[in-house]
Ligand binder design. Sequence first.
Ligand SMILES: [Zn+2]
Length: 295
Amino acid sequence: MAALDLKFPELSFVDGSLDIGRFAQAPMRIYPGFLVAAGVLTVSNWWLHPGFTGMALFVIDFVVVFASVLVHELAHAVVAKRYAVTARRIDFHIFGAVVTFDTSPRRAWQEFAIVIAGPLSNLALAAVACALLVVVHGGLPELIPQGPLRSDVIFEPRIAGRALTFALYLNVGLFVVNMLPAFPLDGGKLLYMLIARQRDGRTATVVVARLGLMLAFASYLLLLVTAIVGCPVWSPPGAAINLNALLAAERDGVPYYLTRPGFPNIVTHGRSRNAATGSRAFSRIAGRAPKVIRG
Ligand SMILES: [Zn+2]
């Protein structure tokens, strides 16, 4: 990871983003939405455990969220670099992070490796957190007593256990969510690639977008139910991106990668060049569209 060069965040007065360094030549920027999302995930520590321990847990968990998302994106970028695919920029937004690439991998399995690297990195982080929990506490997280933290002491031994448990659950969650078969998630891309290789880009789009719509409505239901009980939880995918992809594919026969700047290179690997859209549309768009791998 010699190409990674982190620095103290520098605020941009143009868009309010924070410049946190570079991976190779790609600048990494955090937009305010990401800070809000990470804050929503972690700020409950502060009022659940008043005093130093709550504040420490909030800060540690916040850093864990950032580090987990960063590792996910860097995993995409590092594997891509191995195949001479250059990252142009890495942006952290409210719904996660995005790596934008300048070029495309030459082979389908390379594309597959680049996409799967992100979720697998979260699985690896979860395994590390699990191993550390066993070392620190001599047991798995469900065996750790979850009693109240003592806010009257400066050093609370359970802080490490709580933070590691959070890291474990967060990374398992990031793996599961990113592997959901929906646009624009990694799982949606992987399923798309598999179907596009066997059939064509339009069919792959229809299948993934329909699954994405079902998952989006399930996530809205989850939000409704959890909001009623006072702890709102929301998870990607959103409905709009999957609905647009489905309409474009069913109405106009346009596969997802032609309507989005995301992973247009897949068309070169599948049989979709022979699909109803024709190769002319592809070459016109792929010639100028940025290559995006989303977090
Ligand atoms: Zn990803």
